[in-house]
Design a protein around this ligand. Structure first.
Ligand code: TMP
Length: 212
């Protein structure tokens, strides 16, 4: 089973993914955790280029192709083999991030982006996508604080440094995109304690497991 996690900065995705991993392991499933950008060796180099604050001059289409390159490599070298080995693959961000950030965020055409995603994922779409939803002001506060605490404000701070209006567009974009993909993308409200948010996610996963 292939599950991806989406949301704006600061929704607590990392915490929740760890909880989901523990849950699957408690029911006897082997789990592989990964992320985009940066889930493969080549992807790690692309991640550095994509997220460094010094690269603010990156053109929107350059940014797009780097994310797609990261995804194509990730699918071929990591995600597909891990799924074929029978593992549950949990991925922090995936193709929906491209439609939302480069499309609703940067203004590229979402239909074209989805076609390019098709090339990158090579037929391998997630079985389930969990969208963690939170007010952008709250999310941004959490994310900026985390980057400072982890000493990563420069290496990872390019998106956090965007104006709040960008983050609002992203949040709204996610909600619009989720409504267009209701069967796959399920929304969990992330404005609660980590345990409460996990209970919401767990019920979404349990429904999916019962279904498959
Ligand atoms: P994160 O892994 O710390 O969330 O940072 C990844 C950043 O990259 C995040 O701000 C969203 C952005 N992003 C895109 O713009 N497009 C993409 O396709 C992906 C995967 C991420």
């Amino acid at each position: 089973m292939f599950i991806t996690f989406e949301g704006i900065e600061g929704t607590g995705k990392t915490t929740q993914i760890t909880k989901v991993k523990n849950y699957f392991e408690s029911i006897g499933r082997e789990v592989f955790l990964t992320l985009e950008p940066g889930g493969s060796r080549i992807g790690k180099e692309l991640r550095r280029m994509l997220l460094h604050v010094d690269n603010k001059d990156i053109a929107p289409s350059t940014e797009l192709f780097l994310y797609l390159a990261d995804r194509a490599q990730h699918i071929a070298q990591v995600i597909r083999p891990e799924l074929e080995a029978g593992k549950v693959v949990l991925c922090d961000r995936f193709a929906d991030s491209t439609v939302v950030y480069q499309g609703y965020g940067r203004g590229l055409d979402t239909k074209t982006l989805q076609q390019l995603n098709e090339v990158a994922v090579d037929g391998l779409w997630p079985n389930l996508t969990i969208l963690l939803d939170i007010d952008p002001e709250l999310g941004l506060k959490r994310a900026t604080l985390r980057n400072i605490e982890e000493g990563k404000a420069k290496e990872e701070g390019r998106f956090e440094a965007e104006h709040i209006s960008f983050h609002r567009r992203i949040r709204d974009g996610y909600l619009t995109w989720a409504a267009l993909n209701k069967d796959r993308i399920k929304i969990a409200n992330a404005d609660a304690t980590p345990d409460e948010v996990f209970e919401r996610i767990k019920s979404i996963i349990d429904a999916k497991l019962a279904d498959s």
